[in-house]
Design a protein around this ligand. Structure first.
Ligand SMILES: Cc1ncc(COP(=O)(O)O)c(C=O)c1O
Length: 386
């Protein structure tokens, strides 16, 4: 019998990322530069802490808004690290920052209203906007602007129906860290046009070459205009713990909390409690990871730029290189397929991140240094035969 699906299943397409993960399982000789998560394990003290809480019986639900102790600890972290003034009523703990993105958009956007999302940008924004019947408007980011947001381009996209602007710094996939000047201009535009900014800061701690992550939510007068979203996943290699959070005006957080009833009820309780240990005692672990990412970043960018036909700007944050592959006169999807077949290396086509990602590939350096070197040898060899 025919299965009568809902129309909205068309919003979600199978991604190359998922396809690649399947292929790697079946073919161990393939090297993946597709990973979107740290290759490091979670810090041992955090694992121990989670074990202790599990043994003590913290195996139940948490309050919808998250454990109070964790929110109190985050109030201190947000002040110290991000200059954001908050209190525990202004924070909601979520199942990874992905859920915080979903709850924010559910709370702020009506069907047929517009959300502007970065393009190339993280794969979750467009489908979430479209799932709720909203209109996702791509904000083109250009290599010639170092993939920074161009305030004039942003202004031109805003219509009477625009309600939400999503920004992501440091960026997945481009590695761009938005500068203070640009953030200030974006803040002015948001105030002028009465937009809510959803600021995805999942990679806030992964910045290089002296670049500083700045939270737009810390700017004067932005308390009511910004939903700041952060995560434990990348900072502490805790992706599988599923803990993230949003900070915003408490009226917004209250509504996001109501939606938790329809999503996950709570992030895992023992993960939230282990998150306190991460916040208190794992900053040196983050620094160690960062040092290694930086070593790999320098190598991957240098090596990519030596390959005939490829040029790669220096990413200032996250753990992705986003090389320009236009000179091969092939779509990024075709080139990624070619590299998978001939070089046995997984790369992600730029178009996975939106139409303005055409002409680029995303290569993750959240993979062992030697593996990246080997992958680049293979890429170079296969491309010279093209
Ligand atoms: C930009 C960005 N935001 C949010 C997330 C979601 O991460 P999590 O739900 O693990 O916090 C990711 C994951 O890759 C990401 O790249």
């Amino acid at each position: 019998m025919k299965i009568k699906f809902a129309d909205r299943i068309k919003v979600i397409e199978e991604t190359k990322i998922e396809q690649s993960l399947r292929i790697i399982e079946e073919h161990p000789e393939i090297i993946s530069l597709g990973a979107g998560e740290p290759d490091f394990p979670a810090p041992p003290n955090v694992v121990k802490s989670a074990e202790n809480f599990l043994e003590k019986g913290y195996t139940h639900y948490s309050p919808l808004q998250g454990r109070h102790e964790l929110r109190e600890e985050l109030v201190k972290k947000l002040k110290r690290d991000n200059g954001i003034n908050s209190n525990s009523d202004r924070i909601i703990i979520t199942c990874g920052s992905k859920e915080a993105i979903l709850l924010s958009i559910l709370t702020m956007l009506n069907p047929r209203e517009e959300a502007i999302v970065p393009d190339p940008g993280y794969v979750a924004y467009r489908p979430i906007v479209e799932l709720i019947g909203g209109i996702s408007k791509p904000l083109p980011l250009k290599e010639s602007d170092c993939f920074e947001i161009h305030p004039d381009v942003l202004r031109k996209l805003i219509t009477k129906k625009t309600k939400v602007l999503v920004i992501n710094t440091p960026s997945n996939p481009t590695g761009t860290v938005l500068s203070k000047n640009v953030l200030e201009e974006i803040a002015d535009i948001a105030v002028d046009k009465n937009l809510t900014i959803i600021s995805d800061e999942a990679y806030e701690k992964l910045t290089y070459d002296g670049s500083k992550h700045i939270s737009i939510g810390s700017f004067n007068g932005m308390d009511e205009k910004v939903i700041t979203i952060q995560s434990f996943s990348k900072t502490y290699a805790m992706c599988g713990f599923r803990v993230g959070y949003a900070v915003a005006d408490e009226r917004i957080i209250k509504e996001m909390k109501e939606f938790k009833v329809c999503t996950t009820l709570s992030a895992p309780t023992f993960s939230q409690l282990a998150g306190i240990e991460a916040l208190k005692n794992s900053s040196s672990y983050t620094k160690t990871m960062l040092k290694e990412y930086d070593r790999r970043r320098k190598m991957i960018v240098k090596r990519l730029n030596k390959i005939h036909g490829i040029s790669c700007t220096n990413p200032k944050g996250a753990f992705y290189a986003f090389p320009n592959i236009r000179s091969f006169k092939m779509s990024s999807g075709k080139l990624a397929d070619f590299l998978l077949k001939k070089a046995k290396v997984v790369t992600i086509p730029g178009t996975e991140f939106g139409k303005y990602g055409e002409g680029y590939l995303r290569l993750s350096y959240a993979t062992a240094y030697e593996k990246i070197e080997q992958a680049l040898d293979r890429i170079e060899n296969s491309l010279t035969k093209l």
